[in-house]
Design a binder for this molecule. Structure first.
Ligand code: DCT
Ligand code: MG
Length: 369
């Protein structure tokens, strides 16, 4: 068997010992330390509070208010774990993970059944328009704001007045289809076809993993994320060939983007798949080297909240976790930009990464923070 890793397993373990954080870190409060499952949903005593705080969180996600997003995610997670009904500001404030501002909101929700801030958000015309624009594939916050400032208030306004890129045109054409989540059975069927077509028509040794919400066992999926790997060297042109064959077989209908591997990310194709008689679905294909499979499985399984918590914990230990591995000694400029990618601690299996971070192994279905 070919060993493609620059470091052997033992060397990785030695690196993990050598670069161990000098101070003891209390990591119990991190979301990644406990099981969080959406598939085994049980009713909690504070579901009404969670529902409103989640709506607020969605708005902060929309306007990319990172700090508020973090505070709300942390608070929601703390409330989900809290066993008793919360009935006052004081009680909310006493819960680890809930700050002053959110404790006040909780008291307001308990007393009035709603929250003024959320009502204001819902009435805010700009937010509602931006929400529509940002959901167009390929449109980010800055384009959405630019269009709003030009006076556009609907997708029709954009179509009438704006010179659109090819990708924006596809995003608008398939807007309603992309907005809808697909049943997991459809994601499974598309994944199965990708695997069968490529293994029979191209290379039987390639391995396929369907990631994201599908791997976490959710009943619906927003898109399909597939990792393609092989226990051997990978041809740099592999993804071009895979895409070409899937198009010839009629499974892929539109291309959205293609990015080559860099120091942080894997080679990735973003496009559209469709089964006969079904809607167009977003699909991402990723080429992952065998030695990085663990890190990639961990990253692309998510959830993004679970991942953020793992990445934060790694940073707290002076390490860095990305989709290619867990590293020590990453040198940075004062503005946090990277100078060197550091020394590899773990990347081959998810378990090695959990072990190095001293986080109990968590099944994919329990990573739904
Ligand atoms: N991811 C991450 N950080 C991000 C975005 C994504 O770690 N900022 C990871 C976690 C999930 C994985 O990538 C795939 O991303 P999505 O497809 O956006 O998420 P999903 O959980 O699969 O949800 P959906 O069902 O909506 O696709
Ligand atoms: Mg997904």
């Amino acid at each position: 068997m070919l060993s493609l890793n620059k470091y052997s397993k033992d060397e990785n373990r030695r690196n993990s010992e050598k670069y161990k954080p000098r101070k003891v870190i209390n990591q119990d409060s991190y979301i990644c330390m406990r099981k969080n499952s959406k598939t085994e949903k049980v009713k909690g005593p504070n579901d009404d509070i969670i529902e409103i705080l989640t709506e607020l969180l969605n708005y902060y996600q929309l306007i990319k208010s990172e700090w508020r997003m973090m505070s709300y995610q942390k608070a929601i997670s703390a409330i989900k774990r809290y066993p008793n009904k919360i009935s006052s500001y004081k009680q909310a404030k006493s819960i680890f993970g809930i700050g002053d501002g959110i404790a006040k909101k909780i008291e307001e929700i308990v007393n009035t059944g709603t929250c003024k801030k959320l009502e204001t958000f819902k009435k805010d015309k700009m937010n509602n328009v931006l929400k529509i624009f940002i959901q167009i594939w390929g449109v980010g916050e800055s384009t959405a704001k630019k269009w709003y400032n030009k006076g556009y208030r609907s997708i029709d306004d954009i179509l009438k007045n704006e010179h659109l890129t090819y990708h924006q045109k596809i995003g608008i054409q398939l807007y309603n289809e992309f907005k809808e989540r697909m049943p997991r059975e459809e994601a499974e069927e598309i994944s199965k076809q990708v695997q069968t077509i490529i293994q029979t028509q191209y290379d039987p040794d390639l391995q396929f993993y369907t990631m994201g919400s599908f791997r976490r066992g959710l009943p619906t999926c927003g898109d399909i994320d597939i990792i393609i790997t092989k226990n051997d060297n990978l041809d740099p042109e592999l993804l071009y060939d895979v895409v070409k064959i899937l198009k010839q077989n009629g499974l892929l209908t539109h291309d959205l983007s293609f990015s080559r591997k860099n120091s942080e990310e894997h080679t990735k194709y973003m496009g559209v798949a469709q089964l006969p008689g079904h809607k167009h679905r977003r699909i991402d294909l990723l080429i992952v080297p065998w030695d990085e499979l663990g890190a990639a499985l961990l990253y692309f399984t998510g959830s993004d909240i679970f991942n953020r918590s793992l990445r934060l914990l790694a940073r707290k230990k002076g390490w860095r976790l990305n989709q290619r591995g867990l590293y020590a000694n990453v040198l940075r400029n004062t503005d946090a930009s990277k100078i060197t990618s550091g020394v590899l601690i773990a990347s081959k299996t998810e378990k090695e990464i959990f072990d190095a971070l001293e986080v109990p192994y968590c099944e994919p279905k329990d990573r739904d923070a």
